[in-house]
Design a binder for this molecule. Structure first.
Ligand code: SF4
Length: 328
């Protein structure tokens, strides 16, 4: 088996809490709390969960846009958390990000060709004229006719702007792209076009994707493997077909039950979770999901579940599956 392109081990990212959240003493927000996953070349790994579960912080920590508190992030054999200066800049050429909002992530004073060419100039990978040529080609490849290359972002629709964002992310020929909710700001009719574009580009360039999404329908379309986050922890990981066929964690089952069913007879009951998501400043003892879990048992209040993994690479952290455990 090949080494993964990206290997994240025991990643922790904590922030100091504001005074209003901290109460007395020095409280921290446990945004990402000891998670591990890996991504291979050509693979899409999706991180899912409700807003505030830590998936976007994980993505930014992997790219060092936020400093992780502890843990290891290895990219093609290099420890990202130890890189500084020139080495970190070199890594950033190979690890790019597509942001959620194509309206705020493009500079309104630059033409789209200038926007896509900019990373090549910043990283000194091309002269201005070479960078422009490549930008125009990339825009064309991403579905924006070269006649529009000298227009400004305001002239484009949301879907077209996201094509510009994707072209900019690809300018430096990265190996890994982290896409944070890449279609959630777009009309439903446009979403599948952008998802298909991302899938085509992945195949063409052999890209690895880390896909951040709250939308399990998007994830099913794009991902090879999935990790479910709750309160900063990964509670389940599985190949995507296996996950949708056989979700194990009660939280995953609740998320899946909320997807609208389109076929008559496909009427598995929706699981409605009660209670608020606890604060990551003060997560519950034991299993972090116990305050909302429909299957909670007495031990869940005090004892955190270990992660068990089966031969199919399906792992879950829940006491209901302790018997299956062959790994902790
Ligand atoms: Fe629910 Fe207990 Fe499993 Fe946590 S460990 S998900 S509370 S059954």
């Amino acid at each position: 088996m090949h080494d993964p392109m990206l290997s994240v081990e025991n990643l922790v990212t904590h922030f100091p809490a504001r005074a209003s959240e901290a109460g007395r003493g020095k409280a921290v927000i446990r945004a990402v709390d000891n998670i591990s996953f890996s991504v291979s070349a050509g693979e899409t790994y999706a991180l899912v969960g409700e807003s505030g579960c830590g998936k976007s912080t994980t993505a930014r920590s992997v790219l060092r846009l936020i400093e992780p508190t502890a843990g290891s992030v290895r990219f093609r054999g290099t420890e990202v958390t130890a890189c500084t200066g020139r080495a970190l800049r070199a890594l950033r050429r190979d690890m790019q990000m597509v942001f959620q909002d194509p309206y705020s992530s493009l500079n309104p004073r630059m033409t789209v060709a200038q926007i896509v060419a900019e990373p090549l100039i910043v990283h000194r990978m091309a002269s201005r004229s070479e960078a422009r040529d490549r930008a125009v080609k990339l825009l064309d490849r991403c579905g924006l006719d070269r006649r529009y290359a000298d227009r400004y972002p305001h002239a484009f629709s949301g879907g077209q702007r996201q094509r510009v964002v994707i072209a900019r992310a690809l300018a430096t020929s990265p190996k890994l792209v982290v896409a944070d909710e890449p279609v959630s700001a777009l009309d439903v009719s446009i979403q599948s076009q952008i998802m298909n574009l991302l899938c085509d580009l992945q195949e063409e360039f052999g890209l690895a994707y880390v896909l951040i999404s709250h939308d399990l329908a998007v994830v099913r379309h794009m991902a090879d493997r999935i990790g479910v986050m709750y309160l900063g922890k990964l509670v389940e990981q599985a190949p995507v077909d296996e996950f949708y066929r056989n979700p194990k964690h009660p939280y995953s089952r609740a998320l899946l039950s909320a997807i609208p069913k389109h076929r008559p007879g496909d009427a598995s009951a929706r699981i409605v979770l009660t209670g608020e998501v606890p604060s990551p400043t003060n997560p519950p003892a034991g299993c972090p999901f116990h305050t909302r879990c429909p299957h909670v048992m007495p031990r869940c209040h005090t004892e955190g579940p270990k992660t068990s993994t089966n031969a199919a690479g399906h792992s879950v952290a829940c006491h209901l599956f302790d018997e299956d455990s062959n790994d902790s």
